[in-house]
Design a protein around this ligand. Structure first.
Ligand SMILES: [Zn+2]
Length: 434
């Protein structure tokens, strides 16, 4: 098919007016003026996207699909810091109460939510000791129906005892093995943190992933707690501990990275460790503002994530855009095209995905059509600003994953959103104990 938009944003740094894009066999096949493509490929379906921009689908590098069940929850013991956020609220009131039925409902709904706000690829980290085993397969079933590209992991942890530790590791290993060679659904390894996992457990998790040619992930220094804990109990910074353990590498996706020493930033950069940045949830937990500008200037691969908190990547992009400027007292920091890069190609690279995040010949046809009826003239040099600052998920008209439409005229195909919302509300009420 041939899609004819007003603007084609082929990458965060490049946009062209009045060109069309041809999709064939799940990939971009050609980019040229519409008349030329239509003449060369007569009889092909032509999609009118006038008034719209076509851009790469977003890559959400860190989501918790179950997280939506806690949106608006009445917190029983209001947290007084990051440690308390986990100990007094998140673990006892959310994670430890989850079962597979709740997670299935939330997964379906969030897949629809991500699709209709332009996300085509995501990395999920499930944290629910009570939902073991098989919960990743339950999540993946929902993803497959929605037609998204999903990478799934279970956050292995030793905090809930030896049996859960073993089952959680096994959950990842089995899922990775069962989805080798699957185009849309795959697995990766996750463990929680250095304060919930021993060095031998982390080493084992990393080795299991390496032997399966996949990567591994952990939450790192989401607030001041983990770094302080590491210095007190391990005698060094979190990243120095990971470096000495042989974990920091291009196979390591380090999420959060909020409270880092300058030495830790160097360890990340020197080891090609990849980073997932979640500006909004970092605010939620009182964690701080991650030094993303510094990481980017050191050449680190950074993607954006929602953390299951606010899942509209347009909102997350705005968070990344504004917070770095405010932190550094510098309006030139983290320009819009850099933010858009993190939301697309940077995210794909952070997840180890090739030929994804740009719209160029032979790249995967994951794209979104966004209404761009803004009240000011559009220029190739400012279209990233228009998209990052003045668009939102509400402006996403159509979404394609691997050449297949998954959203058409703002309707998610394959999921009855109204029914799904009712189902999540019921499961959330059950989780909340109402
Ligand atoms: Zn998280």
């Amino acid at each position: 098919m041939i899609i004819c938009p007003d603007w084609l944003v082929t990458s965060a740094e490049h946009a062209e007016a009045s060109v069309a894009i041809r999709i064939d066999n799940g990939a971009v096949s050609a980019i040229a003026p519409a008349s030329e493509l239509i003449a060369t490929f007569p009889g092909e379906e032509v999609i009118d996207a006038s008034g719209c921009a076509v851009l790469p689908g977003f890559v959400n590098t860190h989501v918790h699909l179950y997280g939506t069940l806690a949106h608006g929850i009445v917190v029983q013991t209001p947290p007084i810091g990051f440690e308390s956020f986990l100990d007094d609220y998140w673990w006892p009131q959310v994670e430890d109460r989850l079962d597979q039925q709740m997670i299935a409902a939330a997964s379906e709904w969030v897949c629809a939510e991500m699709l209709r706000t332009g996300t085509t690829t995501f990395f999920d980290i499930c944290e629910a000791p009570g939902a073991l085993s098989g919960v990743l397969e339950t999540e993946a079933e929902q993803c497959r129906r929605a037609g998204l590209r999903g990478i799934f992991s279970f956050e292995a942890t030793e905090r809930a005892g030896a049996e859960i530790a073993e089952l959680s590791l096994r959950e990842n290993i089995d899922f990775i093995d069962q989805h080798q060679g699957d185009d849309l659904i795959s697995g990766a390894m996750s463990w929680h943190t250095v304060f919930t996992c021993s060095s031998s457990f982390i080493e084992r998790a990393a080795a299991e992933a390496r032997s399966r040619n996949t990567w591994f992930h952990a939450h790192c220094n989401e607030g001041t707690h983990e770094g302080n804990w590491a210095r007190e109990h391990l005698g060094c910074d979190t990243m120095a501990f990971y470096r000495d353990l042989g974990v920091t590498s291009s196979s390591f996706l380090a999420s959060q990275c909020v409270q880092m020493t300058s030495g830790e930033l160097d360890i990340i950069a020197n080891s090609d460790t990849r980073v997932s940045h979640m500006p909004l949830s970092n605010c939620e937990v009182g964690g701080g503002i991650a030094p993303i500008s510094e990481l980017l200037s050191k050449g680190v691969t950074v993607g954006l994530g929602t953390d299951g908190y606010v899942n509209d990547m347009f909102e997350v992009m705005r968070g990344a855009f504004w917070l770095q400027k405010a932190r550094l007292l510098d309006p030139s920091s983290t320009p819009a095209h850099q933010v858009l890069q993190m939301a697309t190609e940077g995210g794909a690279q952070a997840l180890g995905l090739k030929n994804l995040g740009r719209l160029e010949p032979d790249w995967i046809a994951d794209l979104q059509i966004v209404e761009i009826d803004v009240p000011t003239p559009i220029d190739p040099s400012t279209i990233a600003d228009q998209l990052v600052l003045w668009r939102s998920g509400h402006h996403v008209r159509d979404v394609m994953v691997a050449g297949e439409w998954r959203v058409r005229n703002k309707e998610v195909l394959g999921i009855d959103v109204e029914r799904s919302t009712a189902r999540v509300r019921e499961e959330a009420s059950r989780l909340w104990g109402r």
